[in-house]
Design a protein around this ligand. Structure first.
Ligand code: PMP
Length: 455
């Protein structure tokens, strides 16, 4: 890309030819976008030279920030050695073998097998096929139904989007008819007036009710994120996960933990299921496995399912050209090595994560903040006009959108999700970085309060 061109050149070309994900194409033609051309440490830079603290770690993936020469060198060395070969037809490559082993080392003990994909969406599609095949092989072919949650995000392909519970997505295509949804454990939005822990139990027991409604003999699996990320960093009450685990065990339903955001340190442990104390049968991962530097996802398949699939015989008729791509796997190996050699997750969990959560909690006294919730290194602030009734600042999430735009103007990238501001900075931030983030965020809150005349 030539630096000689002004920003408007890139914006005009972008508007002319590039259809962006989750974007109103008509609107984008009018507004255009911000073009990024550089990143360092925890900062991203646009073509106008603005420096922005990346409070979203890219798209929840650059947990180690942007300056990781061990990862970039590993990718480039692998591209020179073996840029590509596939893993079909009894072939393999060394990085895929090595990464599979490294993943087994860092994941909970029930996981000894991995199936690679390029993305979280494809990994969740893979989950469906693995689970269906498992039940066919154990002679329960009628167990085909999946249960998920409203407002869940499990990806964008037709199958992963069906597993998700985003109503806006469902309106635009016909989803799979074997996926059913239950309530999300979102106390602030749906549990007002109820004690948090009883709400958590009640939300979990929706699963039991749904299993009864559909017939236990027809239900294959329940899928959920430990903390719903894209849904708005929805941290469930402590009562929620133990109850979900109990129900899945008692009712013989496979439990899938979608760790695409929670995995690799975000919640303060390697995986979110460890933070919340449950033992999934399958685990979806992507994003931070390569620190976002290469596209890679996959499914960790627990022994219960893997033993059946490997003993069952017959081909598993599923795979992607780039399943176990050598350069992506090299990035994964290097990422895990950086995380392990430097004890990054363990150190952050002791120091910067509690500091980050404590500093964010100070914002709960701000006149437009109705709730601050978070875990490890991500959090959401619910914006309100009235703290007791939870009345929102303005219709159509205009309050959060205003606040997000002000934060970006102040040099902080955050996201607006519904009426909440969401942030998930790199876990390598130190306390000073957190102070900078909080300062920029509170200034955005002040400007937003003034804009909506709240004192
Ligand atoms: N699952 C979860 C929990 C996610 O957050 C995402 C992406 N944000 C996905 C799946 C889909 O991953 P991808 O975008 O890599 O397909």
């Amino acid at each position: 890309m030539s630096p000689a061109h002004p920003t408007s050149y890139w914006q005009d070309l972008d508007k002319a030819h590039h259809l962006h994900p989750f974007t109103d194409f008509q609107q984008y033609r009018k507004t255009g976008g911000r073009i990024f051309n550089k990143a360092e440490h925890i900062y991203i830079y646009d073509t106008d030279g603005n420096e922005i603290l990346d409070g979203m770690s890219g798209l929840w993936c650059c947990n180690l920030g942007y300056s990781q020469p061990e990862i970039t060198n590993a990718i480039s060395e692998q591209l020179q050695q073996l840029p590509f070969y596939n893993n079909f037809f009894n072939c393999s490559n060394q990085p895929a073998v090595e990464l599979a082993n490294a993943l087994v080392d860092v994941t909970p003990k029930q996981f000894n097998q991995v199936f690679f994909t390029n993305s979280g969406s494809e990994a969740n599609d893979t989950n469906i096929k693995l689970v269906h095949r498992y039940y066919d092989l154990i002679g329960k072919p009628e167990k085909k139904l999946f249960i998920s949650r409203n407002n869940a995000y499990h990806g964008s392909t037709v199958a992963a989007g069906s597993l998700g519970g985003m109503s806006g997505m469902h309106k635009q295509y016909t989803g799979l008819n074997y996926v059913h949804h239950i309530q999300q454990p979102h106390w602030f939005a749906e549990g007002a007036g109820q004690d948090k822990e009883s709400f958590g139990l009640q939300a979990a027991r929706e699963l039991e009710r749904k299993i009864d409604e559909l017939g236990e003999e027809n239900v294959a699996a329940f899928i959920a994120e430990p903390v719903q990320g894209a849904g708005g960093v929805i941290v469930p009450p402590a009562s929620y996960w133990p109850e979900i685990q109990r129900i899945c065990r008692e009712r013989d339903i496979l439990l899938i933990s979608d760790e695409v955001i929670c995995g690799f340190g975000r919640t303060g442990n390697w995986f979110g299921c460890e933070t919340f104390g449950f033992e999934p049968d399958l685990m979806t991962f992507a994003k931070a496995v390569t620190n976002g530097f290469q596209p890679l996802g996959g499914v960790m398949v627990g022994n219960k399912v893997a033993d059946v699939l490997t003993a069952g015989g017959g081909e598993f008729a599923h795979g992607l050209t780039y399943s176990g791509h050598p350069a992506a796997c090299a990035a994964g190996i290097a990422t895990l090595k950086v995380l392990r050699d430097n004890q990054i997750i363990e150190t952050a969990a002791q120091d910067v994560m509690p500091y980050f959560q404590a500093q964010l909690q100070t914002l709960v006294d701000h006149p437009i903040v109705g709730e601050v919730r978070g875990q490890g290194m991500f959090a959401a602030l619910e914006l309100v006009k009235d703290k007791s009734s939870h009345e929102r600042l303005a219709p159509d999430s205009a309050g959060a959108i205003h606040c997000r735009d002000k934060a970006i103007q102040n040099g902080l990238m955050v996201r607006a999700v519904g009426d909440a501001i969401v942030t998930a900075p790199p876990i390598i931030c130190n306390r000073r970085d957190v102070d900078t983030l909080i300062d920029r965020l509170s200034r955005a809150l002040d400007t937003t309060a003034a804009h909506f005349n709240i004192r």
